[in-house]
Design a protein around this ligand. Sequence first.
Ligand code: ADP
Ligand code: MG
Length: 724
Amino acid sequence: MSSAARVAAIQLIARKSPQAIEARSTNVPELFGANVFGLEQMHQRLPKSAYKSLQSCMERGEQLGSDLADLVANEMKQWALERGATHFTHWFQPMTGSTAEKHDSFVDIVNGQPVMAFSGSALIKGEPDASSFPSGGLRATFEARGYTAWDPTSPAFIRETKNGATLCIPTAFCSWTGEALDEKTPLLRSSEALNRTALRLLKVLGDDRVTHVYPTLGCEQEYFLIDRDLQILRPDLVATGRTLFGAKPPKGQELEDHYFGSIPRRILSYMQDVEQELWKLGVPVKTRHNEVAPSQFELAPIFERTSVASDHNMLTMEVLKQVAQRHGFSCTMHEKPYAGINGSGKHNNFSMATDTGENLLEPGKSPEENMRFIVMLAAVMRSVDEYADLLRASIAHAGNDHRLGANEAPPAILSIFLGDQLTGIIDDLISGTKGASRPGGTMQLGVTTMPDLPRDATDRNRTSPFAFTGNKFEFRAVGSSQSPSKPMTVLNTIMADSMDYIANEIEARMSKGLEAAVNEVIVAVFKKHNRIIFNGNGYSEEWHQEAEKRGLANVPNAVDALAALGLPKNIDLFSRWHVLSPAETESRMNIQFEAYAKAIAIEGQSALSIARTMILPAAQKTQRDVADSLSSAKMHGLTVDKQTARLRDMSLRLEDFITCLDELATTFERAESHVGSDSDHAKQYRDYVVPAMEKLREQADLLETMTDDAYWPLPKYRELLFLQ
Ligand code: ADP
Ligand code: MG
């Protein structure tokens, strides 16, 4: 009957075995970056002088001249042709949260003959039809054009399929009037702001050796794998990346037997394939393991400069999804594919590196490094406290609402975990005491060294949204599916703002001498922003109460969180640091309200259709069978009291289910036809459609437990989660 497809899929899975990689290489150093046209390739191929000018353009973020562009384009083309490429594409990150590409072949006809051509102008500038990408009103429809511009700081790369190869050129995407229409442009602008102010602050602290500061990023990426034969039988998974229905399975994650468990062979083969693909693309993937939930896994690379790491994370998500198909899996990066078990996040590890090879968040060995570290720590504290609302907005989207505010992921309250020892040091600095209780003794800024900070696992707090982990901060509340650019743009910008603030304050007190000035400033910053530090259990009810007392905001849903982008102080911040103009900020806010509304609309529509055409008929057939069986039993004069009661119960459930179904349909239509601002529209979905979907699900999940398994068309949780 209706469950036949489900049963067939399950039988198929039983016969699946690990897939071999098509062309396996065991020489990783040789493999690494084989499909990347980076600095090394340019160095090898370009004349010395050309390479030098390219390098200086990159360092200054300038456009290449047309001669140089032609030269680079020609070498890039030769390299790509040698690797079988027939097409090129500008690869960019529009505000859809994913990447975009439009392919052109190298083919040109010259004097009636086909040639493979690629000009400098095609390399540095593209003109995709931009009218279908979100612009939040920045682009009037009469001027729908946008252009993509090569970002030479991010190397070009080749994507291969069995049937060919394509040269991908990472680009920024702007409107003709110069407004950013992508995630990359503001990220680059914010990295520059961070560089400028970090250099200035270092200079104030007496360090003028450093000439460039880069934000660094390492993204730990969580994901779920589902067997593809089961996934395609779930229209909700196909359309939304998450299950909108599904009763709790007999076994979930309660045994905690999956985390760091031995990796199933079919999955491990998939991971190995992913890693090989990513190494070829120059993505330095490092770790792999099982996560907490069944069928949940994690991958992490070695950190890189943020703009490259961000591109690499986008590529990683693409590769994870594409390779999954080859292995008969579907990979979902949705924040909450299943109710009742953990969702997925992306941990964005952040620090700042100098061109002299130092990590500015590394507690130092010398007194000077020590002072620098404490100053940077003060900058982080001020940033997170003053702009907690912006950080919260940077991770706000429909998917992440299922994690933040639920008791499994970092709470929607932003706070910083520093660990007891570092918190003790800050307390001592604030109170001016000598900190006798601390191992390592007293600390005077710029005079004594800091005690070694333990970096072992005991110093970790998994419930904190923003944790210090030895020599970096880990922003853990980021959603698994989102581009890391948004939160990193905010983090860079607020760090620029705070480092600038601290540099100003120190400079104003320089007559007292550097150490005294620094001490006064950071003590004031620590005093003012101390409330943002919390080392306890972020899931606990006490923390929610305590946070409220401290005046820290708890914003559990994306729509309220996004409103922060409309506040004058935040618009002003982005504008002051030349990261986003007021118009760009406003457009981004509107795009995200719209994206929220669309995401919920798709879920609502999927829920309605599954409920009407799959769940209802299956339950009704079961009801009919039971009724038929009762009638014939009665004809034979049998006692059927209990069976009748069950039938009545089922029928009542069905009635409730239909009530909820009608309610969802009504709220959905009302939200769809609502006329108002983007924010009002999003609120309609949040306030009416989301709760109506939840109520419908409750009834549907009850019906699942009563319906004849032979009629149930949707793969069940126990199958989705445990069959591989
Ligand atoms: P976990 O937090 O799970 O223990 P790791 O300690 O291995 O994981 O680190 C997580 C990520 O942090 C990795 O991607 C790593 O490269 C990255 N990381 C380490 N140092 C830095 C740094 N200075 N800046 C940014 N990311 C970093
Ligand atoms: Mg981590």
